[in-house]
Each structure stands twice: as C-alpha cells, then as structure tokens.
Ligand binder design. Structure first.
Ligand code: HEM
Ligand code: NAG
Ligand code: NAG
Ligand code: NAG
Ligand code: NAG
Ligand code: NAG
Ligand code: NAG
Ligand code: NAG
Ligand code: NAG
Ligand code: NAG
Length: 329
C-alpha cells in the first residue's frame, strides 16, 4: 500500500512538473471528458448517430475512419489537418502517396454539417474525426469500444511533404517502426496494439507485392511470408505495379474488429512487411501473443488509441474551429 501511494504521489508530482515545463498537462494534453457538455451537449450523440447511419450504408467506413484518425495524429498531431483540401498554392496531406487510398472525407464533411446545424462553430473537425473513428468501429458492438477525450482544435496547415515524412511505410523493419512511433511518444506496446487495427480493412497489391515477386531483387518471395498464403495472394495480385486490386488484411474476418489480425500474423500471414516485422523482435512478438486474448486486446487498444489521440493536440486558444472540415476558415 505504501509503495502504491508514494508511486501515485510521484506520478502526480511528475505531472505537475511536466505541466509547468511543457504547459501541457497529463494524459492527453489538456483534453477533457465530454468537453462540449455545456457548449454543445448533443455533439457526441449527433456524431454517433450520423456515423452509425453512414456505416450501416457503407461497411468499409470503420477502416477508413480509423486509418484517417491515425494519419491525422501522426502528422502535426490530431488537428484535422488530414481533412484539408489542397489549395492553389498548397499540396495538402491528402495528396501524399500514403494517403492515395484514404477516403471517406465526404462523410466527415457531412457529419460536420450536421453538427454545425445544431452548434455552429463549436465542435472541431479533429474531435469529429476522433469520435467518428471510435463510433464507426463500435457500430458492430452497439456500444462504445473506447473513450475519446475531446477539446482538440483544428490546425490550419496541411502539407503533403509532412505526410510522407511522418506516416510509416509498409516496407519498414522493426527498428524503423519503433523509431517512427517513438518520435510520436508511442511505445513498442502501442505499435503492436495499434497495428491490431489491421484486423479491418484492405491493402492494395503494390503495398506488398514485392514480397511475392521480387523480395531481394532476384525475382524471389519473402521467406517470412506463409507460402500457402503467398500463393493465394499471387492469384489476386498479378504483378509488381498493380495499384488497383486490393485484398483484406485479415483474411478470416475482414470486417470484424477482433483479434484475428494477431492470429493471422502469427501464422506468417501478415500482409505487409511492417506487419511481419512485429514478429522479428522478441518483445513485440510476445505482445502479439498476448493480444490473441480478446479482453487484453480491447483493453490495450483503449489505452493505446487514447495515447495516439492525444498526440500534439491543439487546445485552448490555439488553432481554430473550422466551419467546413476540408478548408480553413
Ligand atoms: C505500424 C505502422 C503502420 C503501417 C506501416 C501501416 C500501413 C498501412 C497500409 C500500407 C495500408 C493499406 C493502404 C492501402 O493499400 O489501401 C493500411 C491500411 C490500414 N491501416 Fe495501417 N499502417 C500502420 C499502422 C496503423 C495504425 C496505427 C492504424 C490505426 C490505429 C492503422 C489503421 C489502418 C486501417 C484501418 C487500414 C485499412 C484502411 C481501409 O481499408 O480503408 N494502421 N495501413
Ligand atoms: C440518436 O439516435 C437515437 C436512437 O435512434 C435517438 O433516440 C436520439 O434522439 C438521436 N439523437 C440525436 C441527437 O439525434
Ligand atoms: C495561399 O495564398 C493565399 C492567397 O492567395 C494566402 O492567403 C495564403 O496564406 C497562401 N497559403 C500559403 C500556405 O502560402
Ligand atoms: C532497418 O531499416 C533501416 C532503414 O532502412 C536500416 O538502416 C537498418 O539497417 C534496418 N535494420 C535491420 C535490422 O535490418
Ligand atoms: C527486381 O528487382 C531488381 C533489383 O532491384 C530489378 O533490377 C528488377 O527489374 C526487378 N524485377 C522486376 C520484375 O521489377
Ligand atoms: C498489372 O496488373 C494490373 C491489374 O491486373 C493490370 O491492369 C496492369 O496492366 C498490369 N501491369 C503490367 C505491367 O503487367
Ligand atoms: C497507379 O499507377 C498508375 C501507373 O503508374 C498511375 O498513373 C496512377 O496514378 C496510380 N493510381 C493510384 C491510385 O495510385
Ligand atoms: C500458414 O497458414 C496456414 C493457414 O492458412 C496455417 O495453418 C499454417 O500453420 C501457416 N504456416 C506457418 C508456417 O505459420
Ligand atoms: C474538397 O475536395 C472534395 C473532393 O474533391 C470536394 O468534394 C469538396 O467540396 C472540397 N471542399 C471544399 C471546401 O472545397
Ligand atoms: C482520397 C483522395 O483525396 N485522394 C487523392 C490522392 O491524391 C491524388 C493526387 O496525387 C488525388 O487525385 C486523389 O484525389
């Protein structure tokens, strides 16, 4: 008991010092639970209803929104910058190569419009995206799968070059992935747990077909890839440059948010080199095993996505509350 209490005190002290030094605060910058309680009490309910209505009509949306939230947070923090359109003099994040297959922007604009009708100029696009990612994934469970703190504000800058520099490529090895996540204050555990998002959604052939056809430049196959699975992938992806065909990342339950990503990963059926890389480090490999347990995965995902959702957020008087998510005010 004494140990626990003193640990908690030093944690609080650390937070206070951190707050003074960084003007940041603890656990999620200065995000709050139900930030819009007074200013727009129905905000979260409007977002959830609208998101569920859209997901009921388009089952691909949960994967889209979850990935979009990740891309938003890894470039300039979770500030809605991924949602901005390019302008005459600026090429936005949306246009960057890793974003080529992002989609669902129109749906976010639509959800924002519904929120604006009730509370104009109050709810940020960054918060709407964080909520929509949670709510879309939660649709299959008919309950919220994780808490989303709110109070993010919207950024005014979106640069394609920054997306290229910050979003991890599917060709990275373990060391590079670890570094990429560490740059955002995320741990190896966060890396493994959040990669579990690949339990839903698809990957285009060109993001992995080098593993099938030319792994070391000698027309060979990646030896770490399950050869039965490789044969079935080759049936779908006929050449190295095919960027139109796509396959599910979790071939067992592609639409279900569950632990199957880890099941297939451990059968050497992870789709990308970045997935397979999680088995190349003893610590991360052991976390992939732990994540086979659903309760542990859901619990860990709650923790890690909260950490991701707090990366370099704009709060207080920084940034703005956009009127339309695809353009600055
Ligand atoms: C660890 C580093 C990661 C890499 C290298 C990576 C890479 C990729 C790639 C290449 C795709 C396929 C895009 C396509 O070809 O259409 C993809 C899809 C996806 N990623 Fe990741 N990703 C990573 C981490 C994450 C994280 C942290 C999340 C969310 C928490 C996430 C969520 C998704 C989702 C949901 C999809 C499916 C999108 C869809 O079907 O529309 N990824 N990722
Ligand atoms: C959201 O949907 C529920 C269930 O259909 C409904 O009772 C509620 O009034 C809706 N809330 C808003 C803000 O539209
Ligand atoms: C782009 O040009 C507009 C005016 O045409 C200007 O207001 C804006 O600041 C410019 N943006 C950037 C990123 O240079
Ligand atoms: C991982 O990739 C980096 C960057 O491409 C490279 O420098 C490094 O040697 C690789 N590490 C291993 C263990 O292959
Ligand atoms: C395979 O990679 C090697 C080395 O990078 C390259 O010379 C060759 O053209 C590639 N093969 C194909 C089919 O692209
Ligand atoms: C590669 O495959 C795609 C899809 O099947 C096809 O459209 C494209 O022409 C092929 N490219 C080459 C170089 O064979
Ligand atoms: C696919 O590749 C073709 C040929 O390289 C290119 O013109 C096209 O823009 C690419 N499409 C996508 C969606 O990346
Ligand atoms: C390859 O995948 C199959 C399932 O398709 C699995 O039964 C087998 O154990 C896997 N092989 C390896 C080496 O993991
Ligand atoms: C942003 O681009 C999308 C797709 O091109 C378009 O539908 C939307 O109207 C644009 N938003 C604004 C504010 O122009
Ligand atoms: C979804 C989306 O905005 N995709 C864009 C990605 O970038 C290309 C140009 O490089 C655009 O044509 C797409 O519209």
């Amino acid at each position: 008991m004494m140990v626990m209490r003193s640990d908690r005190h030093s944690l609080i002290l650390g937070c206070v010092l951190g707050f003074l030094v960084l003007l940041g605060g603890c656990h999620g910058g200065s995000l709050n639970k139900n930030f819009y309680r007074k200013s727009c009490p129905l905000a979260e309910e409007i977002v959830r209803n609208a998101t569920w209505r859209h997901v009921a009509a388009n089952i691909a949306l949960p994967a889209r929104f979850l990935r979009m939230h990740f891309h938003d947070c890894f470039v300039r923090g979770c500030d809605g910058s991924v949602l901005l359109n390019s302008t005459k003099n600026n090429t936005a994040e949306k246009e960057a190569i890793p974003n080529l297959t992002l989609a669902g922007f129109d749906v976010i604009d639509d959800i924002k419009a519904e929120v604006e009708k009730k509370c104009p100029g109050v709810v940020s696009c960054a918060d709407i995206l964080a909520l929509a990612a949670r709510d879309s994934v939660s649709f299959q469970f008919k309950r919220s799968m994780w808490k989303v703190l709110t109070g993010r504000r919207d950024g005014t800058v979106s640069l394609a070059s920054e997306a290229l520099a910050n979003i991890p490529s599917p060709f990275l090895n373990f060391t590079a992935l670890q570094q990429n996540f560490a740059n955002k204050g995320l741990s190896v555990r966060d890396l493994v747990v959040l990669s579990g998002a690949h339990t839903i959604g698809v990957g285009h052939c060109n993001a992995f077909s080098v593993r099938l056809y030319n792994f070391t430049g000698k027309g060979d196959q990646d030896p770490s890839l399950n050869s039965t699975y490789a044969a079935s992938l080759k049936n779908q992806c006929k050449n190295l440059t095919d960027n139109t065909t796509f396959v599910p990342m979790d071939p067992i339950t592609p639409l279900s948010f569950d632990t199957r990503y880890f099941t297939v990963l451990r059968q050497r059926r992870g789709l990308f080199e970045s997935d397979a890389a999680l088995l190349t480090n003893p610590n991360s490999a052991s976390i992939t095993q732990e994540m086979l347990n659903s309760r542990r995965f859901f619990k860990s995902f709650r923790t890690s996505i909260k950490r991701m959702g707090a990366i370099s957020v704009l709060t207080g008087k920084s940034g703005e509350i956009r009127k339309v998510c695809s353009k600055i005010n």
